[in-house]
Design a protein around this ligand. Structure first.
Ligand SMILES: [Zn+2]
Length: 612
């Protein structure tokens, strides 16, 4: 995860905005009834200047709030959040007025579009609409946060039920948790959600979009329809791998639970996959693990401890990865100001994040590092965000971001993929004779695929549902049925129990009441493998892709930097080309990465009736 510098992104987190503004003609003294291209350019420049300054103050306040939580810092953070929202809403409304001005240059057009489309949930300027939208959005968000399900008739909160779905192997209890969570959390939101869609669509229309879904799809340097087609194309590339994984997993679940619970054919019961939304299946790896694949011969946590690593030394190792590619060392302020370990005397947010405070060089990570293999990987991931942020720091404010919203996470994840046994040998953590042999590949890859491959159809369908909801193709009466139809179609998943007529099951997934666009997660899963393969190709790696290490390769660093330093200043195909040599997002690298697993799964699935 990262924290974006831009107030646009901050506004995205804070939902809709209190727009009491009846436009603001006259306020600045300029006549914007007939604006010119020069006015537009000036407006963009002024907005960027204002937003830049604001973002630095805001980032400092958020930083203090996250590393020293108390009533005072909460109040400061809430205040600056509201200010940021108001600013981005006003900027969007103003930008919409300039969008059709004759003679705009390409750069100004892109920046106007970014401002115009920069609010996740826009309110129209009609009296009371912003307040109503804000009230509904806040209510949806907090009712999710307070949501409870039941286990054996007893109430259980969100984080506990999520954890229990991962470890519980009793099909009756799983079904109870799944059903109660969806019914108790989702159903009460239904009318509010439908009303929210109505208001936000009116807001999107005022900003010049056909509906909110089209507004969300406008951030990808292509017509909204083309973007939808692009995601379909990517899915068709990786679907064969998902199909094999689905088939294999269904068989293992059948062996575990019997025909009564999970049949050998058809869709998989949604509550058996170790996750409330069946979006990642890694929690049931114990059920699907191939015989003898558990022991890969080493344990990163043990290696780190044996070599005397502490939090600081782990971060230094992360920096060393980037230095080996030719990136400048991190600035002294990074070491002085980051939070590496949990302070003993105060409340902090431990969730790992990467920060860009001053849009220049004051980059930091905030973690509560423990000396273990997971945190070693997370450090590399978070630093990926920091190096990206620093690489584009010469760009103007609206370009201080990833090339599209899938890029930032994909960079972090690409770096995380590079923590291979070969890399551990290169940095002196692992003896070269302890590198696991090829017969361990299937276990290693299956464990990764249960999360990364299993996620793909879910990552795709969340916004497929929402795009159709916002466009009106899915009506409120069909919300839940359409959701489960998409889950069946794309994931091959079916609810464990029949859904009541008043259900609103999509509401039981945080990003729906939370109004967080979801396509970015799908893109990031695809892109990280494309980036990783590009790096390995540039390094001349010839073995199996998933074993590649490009540690120490300056040529890879140079190419990577060519993409990173563009930030969001050019359409994303330009950025992609700078690193990978192609302008197309492409799922085939993911297929190459998992090829040994694919071969093995096809062998395992021989004679089974795959599909659903
Ligand atoms: Zn991240």
């Amino acid at each position: 995860m990262k924290t974006a510098a831009s107030i646009i992104a901050l506004a995205g987190i804070t939902l809709s905005a209190p727009v009491h503004a009846k436009h603001h003609e006259g306020e600045s003294g300029q006549d914007i009834a007939k604006p010119t291209a020069t006015d537009a350019k000036k407006f963009v420049e002024e907005t960027e200047k204002k937003a830049f300054d604001f973002s630095v103050d805001a980032a400092r306040i958020y930083w203090i709030n996250s590393t020293y939580i108390n009533d005072d810092t909460d109040a400061l953070a809430a205040k600056v959040g509201a200010q940021g929202t108001t600013m981005s809403v006003q900027a969007a409304i103003d930008a919409a007025k300039y969008k059709d001005v004759a003679g705009l240059d390409a750069e100004t057009t892109r920046k106007l579009n970014k401002l115009r489309g920069g609010i996740v949930l826009p309110a129209p300027t009609t009296d009371g609409a912003a307040t109503e939208l804000n009230t509904i959005a806040t209510k949806l968000n907090s009712s999710y946060g307070k949501g409870k399900g039941t286990l054996n008739g007893k109430e259980i909160n969100g984080s506990d039920i999520e954890a229990a779905m991962g470890t519980n192997r009793n099909p009756d209890e799983l079904s109870e948790m799944w059903d109660s969570w969806h019914s108790k959390v989702g159903a009460p939101m239904k009318d509010d959600y439908a009303r929210m869609v109505e208001i936000a669509n009116a807001g999107a229309k005022e900003l010049g979009f056909s509906d909110v879904g089209a507004m969300w799809r406008s951030g990808y340097d292509m017509p909204a329809d083309d973007f939808a087609q692009l995601t379909d194309k990517l899915w068709s590339q990786v679907k064969p791998l998902y199909d094999e994984l689905h088939c294999y997993t269904r068989d293992k679940l059948n062996a575990q639970y019997g025909d009564e619970v999970q049949a050998k054919t058809g869709a998989i019961r949604a509550d058996l996959l170790g996750n409330m939304w069946a979006q990642e299946w890694g929690n049931i790896y114990d059920i699907v693990a191939p015989e003898g694949a558990g022991d890969i011969g080493f344990d990163t946590t043990k290696l780190l401890n044996a070599k005397g690593y502490d939090a600081l030394k782990m971060v230094k190792a992360g920096e060393g990865f980037f230095s080996s590619l030719g990136f400048e060392p991190l600035p002294q302020s990074f070491w002085d100001r980051s939070q590496f370990t949990k302070p003993a005397d105060r409340e902090v947010v431990c969730h790992a994040s990467a920060w860009n405070i001053d849009n220049v060089d004051d980059i930091r990570i905030k973690m509560c590092i423990k000396v273990n293999g997971d945190d070693f990987v997370t450090i590399h991931h978070e630093l990926g965000h920091n190096y990206y942020q620093r690489a584009y720091n010469q760009k103007s404010y609206l370009h201080l971001d990833g090339a599209n919203d899938g890029f930032h996470e994909a960079i972090g994840d690409m770096i995380a993929l590079s923590i291979t046994p070969e890399y551990l040998v290169q940095v002196g953590l692992l003896e070269s004779d302890k590198v696991p042999s090829a017969d361990k590949d299937v276990g290693l890859l299956l464990r990764q695929a249960m999360d990364k491959v299993a996620f793909l159809p879910f990552g795709l369908l969340v916004d497929k549902w929402r795009w159709q909801v916002f466009s009106g193709d899915i009506k409120p009466a069909d919300y839940t049925q359409a959701w489960h139809e998409l889950k069946r179609q794309y994931q091959g998943i079916t609810p464990p129990v029949e859904r009541p007529a008043d259900a609103f099951d999509p509401g039981a997934k945080y990003h729906i009441p939370g109004n967080t666009p979801y396509s970015r997660y799908f893109l990031a899963r695809i892109l990280q493998f494309q980036f990783y393969k590009a790096a390995c190709d540039a390094a001349g790696w010839e073995g199996s892709l998933h074993r590649c290490s490009f540690y120490g390769n300056k040529e890879v660093g140079t190419r990577l930097n060519a993409m990173l330093e563009l930030g969001a200043s050019k359409p994303w195909p330009d950025a992609l080309e700078a690193f990978t040599g192609t302008r197309e997002m492409d799922g085939s690298a993911m297929i190459s990465y998992f090829q040994p697993l694919m071969n093995w799964l096809q062998e395992e699935n021989k004679g089974k009736a795959c599909g659903w």
